[in-house]
Design a protein around this ligand. Structure first.
Ligand SMILES: Nc1ncnc2c1ncn2[C@@H]1O[C@H](COP(=O)(O)OP(=O)(O)OP(=O)(O)O)[C@@H](O)[C@H]1O
Length: 434
């Protein structure tokens, strides 16, 4: 028996062109999936999690070649499916099925559910109608419905029942893998539990691998053997489910986990607030893409700033980089009654307001950092934006912005793309006492 994974994805990218004008000139690209790599073993469930828009669905459709990837290899059972012609793609599709979030839109309302579930059999050449019917009736029973449901129509079923039917259709060709995109998100919690338990039973019975896409970390913890966390088109951490939930290595994973509501009010999670907006995948930040929001972003070695202070100074610097306009601050202060017109707003008031807006104290705890910040703010309020930008950029830069961290495996066995993990490998390695 081969020990190779069932599915091995390497450097998968899916970029969508942004076009302009009648000639549809390409003016940019949405890097929806930007170089992700992971393996899926036979019979295992790999979770793919992350905020809305991080590229989970695009990863799903690209890895099944429902849309063609921009780059990367997708090796399924030893063969690279990115090289497949239509015939081989068709036989691959027997073995790799997709399930979607909304069971209602998955069915043709004019077809009986039996016909819908049987359709893939027909497409793949099973001509014998009564044989198809026998197989589907049996499958309907296995997903908790009855054989007599064959002739009923989708509108006669609830959302949960429709998802059972979708599962039957995904299983009808006896696949090796199902990519399930938010399969229970549209369902009530009690129904979710039923579908999850059904998926588990069928997974054992069919020895199925599942790629389980969800933004619901509670469900993921229950269902998945391993979890890959995505941020802005990249995978930032992969680990066994228990390791990921009990000992997350990437600050983004920690922030995601902190947002899971706990039913026990005495054990509230300390929610980690992320600053800044999610950047656009058409222009992702340099280095670690999470550095613009990371609560643990690494400070410059020469300053001794509190982590929070540093985060806020960096937020200000990044806003200056992206063109912060002090005139807007002056206008705001006029509206607040500080002066009658923008020219009359004192510079000190503008600087105070900027510190307030970015949660920066009146004086930073590190004197040298305070000197640079004051210089930068002086330049900014005097209208010398370039000088302000240069001053702040030179002093307040971070390795997280300069270098993209590789997916490193920590001593604890999880793999995270974070400079803190690189460092912990060195810093935390045992040192002798002498
Ligand atoms: N056909 C397309 N053309 C252009 N951009 C697209 C296309 N499909 C997706 N995108 C963009 O790619 C990024 C990733 O989208 P995707 O739907 O894969 O994310 P997601 O993590 O699945 O989000 P959600 O949970 O909301 O479905 C988003 O910025 C989205 O707007």
């Amino acid at each position: 028996m081969s020990s190779d994974p069932l599915l091995s994805v390497r450097g998968l990218k899916k970029h969508y062109p942004i076009t302009e004008g009648v000639l549809k000139k390409e003016v940019g690209r949405v890097k929806a999936v930007d170089g992700i790599s992971f393996d899926v073993e036979s019979g295992e469930t790999l979770g793919l999690v992350g905020e809305s828009g991080c590229g989970k669905s695009t990863a799903a459709t690209s890895l099944l070649r429902l849309e063609d990837p921009t780059d990367g290899d997708i090796v399924f059972d030893g063969e690279d499916i990115t090289e497949f012609d239509d015939t081989r793609l068709k036989s691959f599709r027997r073995r790799a099925q997709m399930m979607f979030q909304d069971p209602s839109s998955s069915f043709d309302p004019r077809m009986s559910v039996g016909e819908s579930v049987a359709e893939p059999l027909e497409i793949h050449g099973m001509r014998d109608r009564s044989r198809r019917r026998r197989i589907v009736e049996n499958l309907l029973e296995r997903v908790g419905l009855s054989a007599s449901d064959f002739d009923r129509y989708p509108h006669e079923f609830s959302g949960g029942q429709k998802q059972r039917i979708a599962l039957a259709r995904a299983l009808v060709l006896n696949p090796d893998i199902i990519v399930a995109d938010e399969p229970v998100s549209a369902l009530d919690v009690s129904i979710q539990a039923e579908i999850i338990s059904l998926m588990r039973d069928l997974q054992d019975e069919f020895d199925l691998a599942i790629v389980f896409i969800s933004h619901d970390l509670g469900v993921v913890r229950e269902v998945c053997d391993r979890v890959a966390v995505m941020y802005l088109g990249e995978i930032v951490e992969v680990a066994d489910t228990e390791t990921l939930f009990t000992d997350p290595q990437h600050p983004y994973t920690r922030a995601l986990l902190s947002s899971i509501p706990t039913p026990d009010p005495t054990r509230r999670n300390e929610q980690i607030e992320l600053t800044g907006d999610v950047p656009s995948p058409s222009n992702p930040p340099s280095g670690c893409r999470f550095h613009t929001r990371c609560p643990e972003v690494i400070p410059p070695a020469e300053f001794d700033l509190d982590q929070d202070e540093w985060r806020h100074v960096l937020d200000l610097r990044l806003r200056v980089d992206s063109g912060l306009d002090v005139e807007d601050v002056r206008s705001f202060l006029v509206a607040e009654g500080v002066a009658n017109d923008t020219e009359a707003v004192p510079d000190d008031a503008v600087k105070r307001e900027l510190r307030r807006e970015f949660d920066i104290p009146e004086t930073l705890s590190d004197a040298a950092a305070e000197t640079v910040l004051s210089e930068g703010l002086d330049a900014l309020v005097s209208g010398d934006h370039d000088n302000a930008k240069r001053t702040l950029d030179e002093a307040f830069s971070t390795v997280c912005e300069r270098d993209a961290p590789a997916l490193e495996t920590s001593e604890r066995g999880s793999t995270a793309a974070c400079h803190l993990v690189d460092e912990s490998v060195t810093v935390e390695s045992p040192v002798s006492d002498d």
